[in-house]
Write a protein that binds this ligand. Structure first.
Ligand SMILES: Nc1nc2c(ncn2[C@@H]2O[C@H](COP(=O)(O)OP(=O)(O)OP(=O)(O)O)[C@@H](O)[C@H]2O)c(=O)[nH]1
Ligand SMILES: [Mg+2]
Length: 1031
């Protein structure tokens, strides 16, 4: 394949919300251009790309898969992707390998959450999107809309989708301007600003040809151009004047009206004309409506026959005579406006070929790296630059370096592999280590050069850095490509070689790649940037074999599953359980099934879902300033002493402003960049993104200050004095940030103690140092958080202390941080991480009693073990006790939930929601249909079986989609006991109060973790006796 071949290639994926018709559309494309793998009669029914049993059974797509099509002299690689939220990672893998995207929207259901998500994905990956509005037939005979109503609906969908994309554009525009303005060296001239595109033009414009209107079920569809061509021949405006195709193309969408047969006017002039309708309605929709109505309602064959004659359609008479009018319509329509022609024409015209696509996707795929040129090997750099250039040019010559990206590994049963090679030779005399019945293939796109079977390549992980080749051994491996295949859905067609711009499956990398990787023929190549996933796996269960002796098989099975599914996460918990994390219930079910039937082949026990919680204390934002004051000078602390009595720990705790917590939560990636360390990803909410080249420290500071500002200004209505005070206090605190926890990046802050406070007993305070503040630049690196910088002497009374005490105090700093980390990782309620808390830990060390030369006292103190260990435990205990003392609260993860239901099922749907503690946010009728859309928050702990219950109660009419949203505190006091008179009146003395929700959740977690639970077991109900008191 040379350049001209590459120009005749298209790589596209189909993206949409679940059930909007992707696989059905793919069927028609395959039937017409798939080289006969699918009979046209079966198109739309077979769902060829859903070849897994589970997919056919559930009628949803679960993985992305590719097929090579031949349309005219173009070769098109088409990737079908799933729309279900549980499999959204597959959308990322599909988008990475494509250059263009067909974004489908159901004409009746309109834009949904997942439509937003796929548009975002295609924007991030710099794909060129086309819009396909599907299921037009439903507007006709389900909603019974008039052509004019249908036009308004279509107009609105196009408008809405354009709106979504334009927000992404403006986001980018703003960050581009920001980074230009912030750029230190370059002067901003007009010429620089010109580089930033700010085209306000809509992305999707039917008159430009990148929007198609289809009915995938019946196999027809069209763009404006099909009708423009027809009317150019047949429409006369004025005196014998025919309009050109180009002109008509512009007129057939938008407010253009043909009045009195000879004049085309705009909206204004038509205001008083009755019965005026846009040309799209008159010349496109009305003919369609006529045919549907004639065939389905009136049974009028005349209209259909007229159409057949007019367009000279050759329809087998047998189909026309069919008794079922739907079959007749389908047959006429699919002959008149064949779906595959409309779509493939649009693909060829409006999506880029690999050569032009790669040149503008380059900045996303292989971002430019900043390197200090004087410190590196220039020859390496030159070669890496060269590789980048040939990716940019999609160079498919034999001399070009080979670069490919593997976006996922997938497994196929061994028996599915073709037995013969491209030249008819017998294949399959080879099994990789670890393969038995399953074989692993890499789903890859070649970006430069030529790959051939038998070639040796380097496999680079995302962390590889060619400039540090010595320390990078674990990120680079060498592997042989055993064989290459073109993918035909499930089928594989062996090929000897494949060139840049193509999508292939590669065998032989099973041992080298876990999920994704870059392949390269040279070591001197940067790895491709990582893919962005919309959510992270959150539904976690513990798995063990029913028969303990099957443990080995289970471990092997889990390893295989981890490799075969790009999104599943397999970990071992701190308690030694094998934990499987999946994206949702459907995904989990499929994983377990795969594990049982394919990978482990043993019987399994699966635990109930392990839900993550967090712990915090009650939020008293109403007096934010008071809160701060308390923290900086109160007596409200918890005190613990180490067993040997040498160290006294005092801990104060305060709730951080919720906006600060939110910033900390959302900035895990940023903080990871700044401080190193890894995030414990339990709940990944929709993060605010930063532009690729913003400095992480600056970005984080900006967010933090923004959050504080809005916290301060929301506190007291415009009391400037108060605001100033609050701001000043916070300024001080920002200079005292010692550590974040848990895991160094969490949403809790440890502040250094205020050392100026007097301690009279001659003990020394461990002062800590404001590491976090320094790293973030809130304090100068040289000086201490406690500003005045005299580190040697604490206060005059302490000058007499032995200097060893200070060194000892200093050496305990990291111990205190560790204690804080331990405490924040496991709170007092049920050992779940703490959230949104600020701690101040003061540790006072007193001198060793009787000085250290007394062997007796030394031995005494040694009996308690290592001193630092004691301090760590004391800090941990004190932090936990401080939380317990301050109205502890449980925090749970919430789903954002979008429900769709017909009006008559609204009642049962609300009942299900209420039972599951959901909070309704918004409910509205969808215009032009009898569907209600309801938005709600639903606690994750209540979400298991939610979809099933909803389906049962509404006879399958209601559907719901869940997206992880945020953490939310349960307002209930888990330890509630009636105290005030009113409470006692309402609840009695407390003996009969049932545990509230918070308490129940806590007890459930404690039971699961094997922690003690205060259970009241009623044995003899009549006596109301509690076991605990009976001893
Ligand atoms: N009335 C009507 N139904 C359609 C049309 N296109 C698809 N359908 C139906 O919509 C349902 C979903 O179709 P699929 O093609 O499986 O949808 P999908 O987008 O691939 O779904 P996922 O892959 O699970 O996200 C099927 O029952 C189709 O028959 C259409 O144009 N009109
Ligand atoms: Mg599908």
């Amino acid at each position: 394949m040379d350049e001209s071949d590459a120009r005749k290639t298209r790589n596209i994926c189909i993206l949409a919300h679940v059930d909007h018709g992707k696989t059905t559309l793919a069927d028609h494309l395959i039937a017409s251009s798939g080289g006969g793998v699918l009979h046209p009669k079966l198109a739309g029914k077979l769902r060829f790309m859903d070849y897994l049993d589970e997919e056919q059974r559930r009628a949803i797509t679960m993985k992305s898969s590719s097929i090579a099509l031949q349309y005219k002299d173009y070769s098109i690689n088409l990737i079908d992707s799933p729309g279900h939220m549980d499999f959204c990672s597959e959308v990322s893998t599909a988008a990475r390998l494509s250059d263009g995207a067909l974004v489908l929207v159901d004409a009746v259901e309109g834009v949904h959450i997942q439509t937003h998500a796929v548009l975002r994905q295609s924007w991030i990956e710099k794909l060129t999107p086309c819009l396909v509005i599907n299921k037009i037939d439903r507007l006709i005979y389900e909603l019974k809309m008039s052509p004019m109503e249908a036009y308004n609906r279509l107009l609105r969908i196009v408008h809405e989708v354009n709106g979504i994309v334009s927000t992404y554009k403006s986001e980018k525009y703003l960050s581009d301007v920001d980074s230009l303005l912030a750029g230190p060296s370059e002067k901003i001239g007009d010429e620089n600003l010109e580089f930033i595109e700010d085209d306000e033009e809509d992305t999707f414009q039917p008159q430009k040809g990148n929007v198609a209107f289809t009915c995938a079920l019946d196999g027809w569809g069209f763009g404006i151009s099909q009708f423009a061509e027809f009317w150019a021949k047949n429409l006369q405006v004025g005196t014998a004047k025919k309009l050109s195709v180009d002109k008509l193309q512009k007129l057939l969408w938008g407010p253009h009206y043909l009045i009195s047969k000879d004049k085309i006017v705009g909206k204004k002039e038509v205001a008083n004309v009755s019965n005026a309708r846009p040309m799209f309605v008159q010349f496109v929709l009305e003919p369609l409506w006529k045919i549907y109505q004639a065939a389905l309602e009136d049974g009028d064959k005349g209209v259909v026959e007229k159409l057949i004659k007019k367009f000279n359609l050759s329809i087998p008479p047998r189909e026309l005579q069919n008794k079922d009018p739907k079959v007749v319509v389908q047959s006429v329509m699919s002959h008149w406006l064949p779906l595959s022609d409309a779509i493939l024409l649009m693909v060829v015209k409006c999506t880029p070929d690999p050569v032009s696509a790669q040149s503008f996707r380059l900045s996303r795929l292989l971002p430019k790296r900043d390197v200090l040129r004087n410190e590196v090997d220039l020859s390496v750099l030159a070669e890496a630059d060269n590789v980048r250039k040939s990716v940019e040019a999609c160079d498919s010559s034999h001399e070009a370096p080979c670069v490919a990206f593997v976006s996922k590994m997938f497994s196929v049963p061994m028996k599915m592999l073709p037995q013969r090679g491209s030249h008819g030779e017998i294949l399959n005399n080879y099994t990789e280590k670890g393969e038995s019945d399953e074989c692993f293939l890499a789903f890859a796109r070649i970006f430069s050069g030529v790959l051939y079977s038998g070639q040796r390549v380097f496999v680079l992980s995302a962390l590889y850095d060619p400039l540090k080749s010595d320390s990078m051994q674990k990120h680079i491996q060498e592997a042989e490509l055993h064989s290459l295949y073109l993918m035909m859905g499930q089928g594989l067609k062996p090929v000897a070689s494949a060139k840049a711009g193509n999508i292939v499956a590669i065998r032989g990398l099973g041992q080298h790649i876990l999920k994704s990787a870059t392949l390269s023929s040279t070591r001197n190549c940067w790895p491709f940037s990582s893919m962005v996933f919309q959510v992270s796996p959150t539904l976690r269960v513990a798995i063990e074999p029913s028969d303990p002796s099957d443990m080995g098989a289970l471990m092997k099975g889990l390893r295989l599953l981890n490799r075969a599914d790009p999104f599943v996460e397999v970990t071992v918990s701190s308690r030694g359980e094998n934990v499987l994390a999946a994206a949702g219930e459907v995904h989990l079910e499929r994983c377990i099934k795969d594990l049982k039937e394919r990978f482990a082949k043993v019987r399994l026990e699966v635990s109930p879902p392990l839900v993550s919680y967090k712990e915090t204390i009650e939020d008293e934002t109403c007096n934010a300033l008071e809160n701060l004051k308390l923290l900086s000078g109160s007596l409200d602390f918890v005190e613990k002493t180490t067993p040997n009595g040498r160290c006294v720990i005092r801990v104060q705790v305060m709730r951080l402003p919720s906006m600060v917590t939110k910033v900390l939560d959302e900035s895990v990636d940023l903080l990871g960049n700044i401080f190193g360390g890894h995030a414990i990803k339990i709940l990944e909410t929709q993060r605010s993104s930063i532009s690729e080249d913003e400095n992480p420290v600056e970005a984080f500071k900006r967010r933090l200050m923004g959050a504080l500002e809005s916290h301060i200004s929301s506190g007291n209505d415009n009391d400037k004095d108060w605001e100033e005070k609050c701001r000043a206090k916070w300024q001080k605190f920002l200079q005292r940030m010692w550590a974040l926890g848990p895991g160094r990046l969490g949403a809790n802050i440890l502040f250094t103690p205020d050392f100026k406070r007097n301690n009279t007993d001659g003990s020394v305070l461990v002062r800590g140092s404001a590491h976090v503040s320094k790293r973030l630049g809130f304090v100068e690196n040289s000086s201490d958080g406690n500003s005045n910088g005299d580190t040697a002497v604490e206060s005059s009374s302490e000058v007499t202390q032995a200097p060893t005490m200070f060194t000892e105090a200093e050496s305990l700093e990291s111990t205190i941080v560790s204690g804080f980390q331990l405490a924040t990782a496991a709170g007092p309620l049920c050992d779940e991480p703490m959230w949104g808390l600020a701690f101040i830990v003061e540790a006072y060390i007193s001198p060793l009693a009787g000085q250290s030369d007394d062997p007796e006292s030394l031995r005494q103190s040694e009996q308690y073990g290592i001193f630092s260990g004691q301090v760590m435990t004391a800090v941990k205990d004190a932090c936990r006790a401080a939380v317990l003392q301050k109205k502890p609260r449980l925090v749970e993860a919430m789903y954002f939930c979008e429900l769709n239901t017909p009006t008559e099922y609204l009642g049962p749907m609300y009942a299900v929601l209420a039972r599951r503690r959901a909070r309704i946010l918004k409910e509205e009728m969808q215009e032009g249909s009898s569907l209600f859309i309801v938005h709600a928050y639903l606690p994750v702990s209540e979400s298991f079986g939610f979809a099933d219950e909803l389906r049962r109660w509404t006879s399958g009419a209601a559907s719901a989609l869940l997206v992880l949203s945020h953490w939310e505190e349960l307002p209930e006091d888990p330890f509630f006991v009636p105290k005030t008179e009113e409470e006692i009146e309402e609840f009695g003395d407390g003996s009969s109060v049932l545990p509230n929700t918070a308490r129940k959740l806590i007890d459930a977690v404690r039971r699961r973790k094997g922690l003690p639970v205060e259970d009241k077991v009623v044995q003899h109900a009549t006596k109301q006796r509690t076991l605990g008191r009976n001893v």
